[in-house]
Write a protein that binds this ligand. Structure first.
Ligand code: PLP
Length: 339
């Protein structure tokens, strides 16, 4: 795996810590749970998109772009990290926000990532539920060109073969850390959405001849859609990293049991997972991604999916800023609200 020559701009605080979750492991009666703190990548409260943006922003700069354009859900962590990266590099940023969660309350509309986008001076365009956010992003790009700007378009979640390189590097970082700690990693679990995190990890591990299984907990799509989405990007990454012989289907695993009512909607399991990590580990997860990913991990532990002496690493992909968009969900005096 040689990505040393690919243009990259350092934006993340790396390596992110790899830490044991002792009290959570004990509460569940095993396995040994570890957490890779990609919520601590450092850029504007961190998260997994920062690793991708190191490669994406470098490509933007190499193409002499003066404006980055991207797209995401209304409370997108990807959009927030992109807006922050653009600010840091002195580029303009235009973002298309999709109202993917209907009937949100005022915290959802004003706080969390949405609030931070404004601080970074991102220009926002909104698309209603059921609208065409990707088409809107292209239009915004065209409008930039029409006025003489040079736009660089970043797909949702930064998930293409450039962005996913960030997670191929993360795979390498994780293996180095495990070697240093003399830790045998038996499995990696994380929340999967636009698939760049999983594709980068899977292809990166394969390129390094590691057979650690990676399980993506889907937060939006059922397996019939999510699996092919991950598979397609894994294949493209296998090409990009020149993994000989391609990557076997058994390496691409997704579990869609923890989506709850839908993307961005609360589920009881998500609330429980967030509370457990807060109360037992002093850790902040998020309601949309890492909370549901952790809900999956906790349930799989309870079901005996892992052996008690296995070492399982949860990749904390960040997002806790959006907790502030979900205050009602976590109220203790009364039933949690819908959104
Ligand atoms: C984007 C995101 C994910 C999902 O990563 P993908 O690469 O899009 O699959 C997981 N967790 C958080 C907090 C995210 O913002």
């Amino acid at each position: 795996m040689n990505i040393a020559r690919v243009p990259r701009i350092r934006l993340a605080h790396l390596p992110t810590p790899l830490e044991p979750m002792r009290r959570l492991s004990e509460a569940l009666g095993g396995p040994n749970l570890w957490i890779k703190r990609d919520d601590c990548t450092g850029l504007a409260t961190g998260g997994n998109k920062t690793r991708k943006l190191e490669f994406l922003m470098a490509e933007a700069v190499a193409q002499s772009a003066d404006t980055v354009v991207t797209v995401g859900a209304y409370q997108s962590n990807h959009v927030r990290q992109t807006a922050a990266a653009a600010a840091k590099l002195g580029l303009a940023c235009e973002v298309v926000l999709e109202h993917r969660v209907p009937h949100p309350d005022s915290d959802y509309l004003r706080s969390g990532n949405r609030f931070l986008n404004d601080l970074f001076l991102a220009t926002t365009h909104e698309v209603e539920t059921g609208g065409q956010p990707k088409e809107r992003m292209k239009e915004v790009g065209e409008a930039c060109r029409a006025r003489g700007a040079v736009p660089y378009l970043i797909p949702g979640g930064g998930s293409n073969t450039t962005g996913a390189l960030g997670y191929a590097l993360c795979a390498q970082e994780l293996l180095y850390q495990a070697a240093e700690l003399d830790l045998r990693i038996d499995g990696v679990v994380h929340a999967t959405g636009s698939a760049g995190t999983q594709a980068g990890l899977v292809a990166g591990l394969e390129a390094l001849n590691s057979h650690v299984p990676v399980l993506g907990i889907s937060i939006q799509r059922k397996n019939d859609e999510q699996l092919p989405k991950v598979r397609t990007l894994v294949d493209a990454m296998a090409d990009r990293l020149e993994v000989r012989g391609g990557i076997d289907d058994t390496r691409v695993q997704v579990n869609d049991n923890y989506i709850g009512p839908g993307y961005g909607y609360s589920s009881e399991a998500m609330v429980e997972a967030i509370r457990m990590c807060a109360e037992l580990e002093g850790l902040l997860l998020d309601p949309v991604y890492s909370g549901k990913g952790m809900a999956g991990l906790i349930d799989l532990c309870r079901r005996g999916h892992f052996k008690k002496d296995e070492n399982i690493v949860f990749i904390h992909t960040g997002g806790s800023v959006s907790l502030f968009a979900y205050l009602e969900t976590f109220r203790r005096d009364g039933a949690p609200a819908e959104s």
